[in-house]
Design a binder for this molecule. Structure first.
Ligand code: KG4
Ligand code: ZN
Length: 332
């Protein structure tokens, strides 16, 4: 069984080809970051037009890397949501058209489920685990019982963790997206220099809030003693530490509450070096294995969409060609 998966939920045009026996055969991602950088964030209209021009070459590159012809594809999948409506509709419409033309099954896939299951790739069996999804659009803790069986433990009440990184990056005058830049600058900074709030750390639930932290950085900036590289690195490190502390503490609390024996961390922010280090230290101390996807599978990609599609195909579940995008699609 060979599946072609498309992902166009935001500003990455991606196509991947997966085989249930041979694993990942190709994963192509055309990033639009350089285009949106000029605006300091994603412009939906621009993203949509880029998907239109990028999708065909990205699919062709995936086919050629996999050494396959379109006729050899057995099913076509695409992200149906959540995401930007004008971006989602490009990938979903293309996938429906391809499935119809090839007379092959079509699958509409949930983007959050793609992230959530990416740490388990390429195993066809999912271990029960506590899932932490931390991306630009989402921050949620999920009890993963098995494929399709998820219980939402808690999520952010305002900004997603990645959104906080990007907004703080913008406040500090750093290029978009702020996450990877802050990660890099923070490596030489002092995480103890500025005492930022650890919001909702002691609420005893699994909800998050990052907008107060972003505001705290905003109020600090005019009061900084200088604008040196050292101070900038210290602000980045202190901000990052506050985000990481909350994510690690709540994840470990979720593991204890659910009795799960594994943590599966995913989404763009799971590329963060400090989060990876502190989460693995905490998991090791608790005797709990930590699963994190390869960096290439953490940020938006189509391989994670194809991985979910393969699970559906194994169960013979397909989507009707009448299924539509849902920008607010929920996981559960
Ligand atoms: O998963 P993703 O590509 O898209 C969404 O589904 O949102 O995540 C993108 C987010 C951005 O906010 C970006 O700043 C953040 O992931 N990100 C990072 C790092 N790499 C990407 N945040 C912190 N540290 C990083 N190294
Ligand atoms: Zn994503």
């Amino acid at each position: 069984m060979i599946v072609l998966a498309l992902e166009t939920s935001c500003d990455e045009t991606a196509a991947a080809i997966l085989c249930d026996e041979r694993g990942l055969l190709a994963s192509e991602v055309a990033s639009q970051i350089a285009i949106h950088q000029a605006y300091g964030g994603v412009v939906p209209e621009v993203a949509s037009r880029q998907h239109l021009t990028q999708l065909r070459p990205v699919v062709q590159a995936a086919l050629s890397h996999a050494g396959l012809r379109m006729e050899e594809i057995d099913a076509v999948a695409a992200t149906a949501g959540p995401g930007l409506a004008t971006s989602l509709m490009i990938g979903l419409s293309a996938a429906k058209g391809l499935a119809l033309g090839l007379k092959k099954p079509f699958l509409a896939i949930n983007h959050i489920e793609g992230h959530l299951l990416s740490p388990f790739f390429p195993s066809p069996c999912l271990i029960p685990a506590t899932g932490l999804v931390v991306s630009g659009g989402h921050t949620l803790l999920v009890d993963v019982e098995g494929f399709g069986s998820y219980r939402l433990l808690g999520q952010t009440r305002d900004d997603a963790a990645g959104e906080a990184f990007d907004k703080v990056g913008k406040l500090l005058g750093l290029p978009y997206p702020g996450g990877p830049v802050i990660d890099k600058l923070a490596r030489t900074g002092n995480p103890q220099r500025f005492d930022f709030p650890r919001s909702m750390l002691d609420t005893g639930d699994f909800a998050f809030s990052f907008s107060g932290l972003k505001t705290a950085v905003r109020y600090l900036i005019p009061k900084l003693p200088d604008r040196s590289d050292t101070t900038l690195a210290d602000v980045c490190a202190s901000f990052q530490e506050a985000v990481v502390d909350v994510l690690v503490a709540k994840t470990l609390a979720a593991v204890r509450a659910t009795g799960r024996k594994t943590v599966a961390m995913s989404g763009g922010v799971s590329c963060n070096s400090r989060l990876r280090a502190k989460m693995s230290q905490a998991c090791e101390a608790a005797g709990i294995p930590l699963l994190v996807a390869d960096a290439a599978l953490c940020t938006d990609n189509a391989a994670m969409i194809g991985f979910v599609a393969l699970h559906h195909l194994r169960q013979n579940t397909y989507s009707p060609l009448t299924s539509d995008i849902d920008p607010n699609l929920r996981l559960v």
